[in-house]
Design a protein around this ligand. Structure first.
Ligand SMILES: *Cc1c(COP(=O)(O)O)cnc(C)c1O
Length: 361
């Protein structure tokens, strides 16, 4: 190799990256620690079903080709499953990409995005990246969305409201009556995004199905994902169901080909196997009750959860708890000063966590 006297990379950079990115909160992924149980990212503990693994292998044989840009087969399948026309559905590289597309598609610089806080950490990031203005609204004293306060936070500059149901990281839900009252009051030109990443773990019949609400409210868009209940977190595929004009706008800001062919095929194979996959969710729901009860017996406050995780509002003791859990070989997700989110997993892993929690003083 011939040596260049000075490569450009070694010179003092005079490039101007966006100054405001210095204040952008980084998305913190759950840690993977060798030898420890990971309960930090709300994944399912099961690997793919053989039929899904086969679909991935089949698709892998054709990766010399670009994927279908608009996920035609998956969109048509979702259309049939959900009884929603294809013009109202878009597939994305995980629903987190759709969150980003939504802010880009709805907001000019400075226009407002309302969301509860604490909620999914992608909302503030997507908002700032798009140069929109974040309007976080504190959760209520039960760690649930304060829909009245969110309604009051809507101004003529509001374009988008995120309602995460169940809420990540607290697991709390908004129920049918409260949500429809909210939707009745939101101005019709404001898009309400119901993020239902954990929909399949909801056991409470009073939690409404966003797709059904979308049939009645023309300003509702629902986000769902194959990452959680369907166990495809590593492949990156989610979808949105909403007003056709918003779907068209979302497609305009889509990063071309970002939903890969393996993901598209695996999503269809997962829908083929949905009975089996949703059965796994019932097992998680049963474990959720057992873990929450166990934690309460041990003296912890545990808000009611309808997701595949529990929330421990430990406040200032949050990081002390995450370190303690790590010493017991369990990785959980701490939000400094606020609380700890713990994914519900297989019984043995949950037992390991419960033992660690009981030993916390
Ligand atoms: C996990 C999660 C998502 C999306 O995950 P993807 O893997 O990007 O599909 C979206 N919203 C919430 C609230 C989540 O917790």
């Amino acid at each position: 190799m011939s040596s260049t006297p000075q490569s450009p990379a070694n010179q003092q950079a005079e490039l101007h990256t966006r100054a405001d990115l210095a204040s952008l909160p980084a998305y913190v992924a759950g840690r993977t620690v060798p030898g420890a149980v990971k309960l930090a990212s709300n994944e399912t503990p099961h690997g793919p079903l053989p039929s899904v693994a086969q679909a991935i292998a089949d698709a892998a044989a054709e990766v010399n080709r670009y994927p279908d840009m608009v996920s035609t087969a998956l969109t048509e399948r979702l259309s049939a499953e959900l009884d929603v026309p294809t013009e109202r559905i878009t597939v994305g590289c995980g629903s987190v990409a759709l969150c980003q597309q939504l802010v880009q598609a709805m907001c000019a610089p400075g226009e407002e995005v309302v969301y509860a806080w604490r909620s999914f950490e992608a909302y503030p990031i997507a908002t700032q990246i798009a140069n929109a203005a974040a309007v976080p609204v504190p959760l209520d004293e039960t760690h649930a969305h304060d829909l009245d306060a969110m309604l009051a936070a809507i101004t003529p500059a509001t374009r988008l409201v995120f309602v995460c149901n169940p809420n990540n990281p607290t697991g709390t839900v908004v129920r049918r009556e409260a949500l429809t009252r909210f939707l009745d009051a939101v101005p019709p030109n404001v898009l309400v995004v119901l993020d239902e990443a954990y929909r399949e773990f909801v056991a409470d019949p009073d939690v409404p199905d966003g797709i059904e609400l979308g049939r009645r409210y023309p300003n509702v868009l629902v986000l769902r994902t194959f990452s959680k209940a369907y166990g495809l977190a590593g492949l990156r595929v989610g979808y949105g169901v909403g007003p056709a004009d918003v779907i068209t706008a979302l497609r305009k800001v889509y990063v071309p080909f970002s939903t890969n062919a393996l993901a598209q095929r695996a999503a269809i194979a997962s829908l083929d196997a949905s009975d089996e996959l949703l059965e796994r969710c019932s097992a998680i729901v049963a474990e959720r009750t057992r873990v929450a009860d166990g934690l309460r017996d041990a003296g912890f406050e545990v808000p009611e959860t309808q997701a595949n995780f529990v929330w421990l509002p430990l406040g200032e003791r949050t990081l002390e708890f995450t370190e303690h859990a790590l010493e017991h070989k369990v990785v959980v997700r701490g939000f400094a000063g606020d609380g700890v989110r713990v994914t519900i997993s297989a019984p043995e892993e949950n037992d390991l966590f419960l033992a660690a929690a009981r030993a916390f003083r």
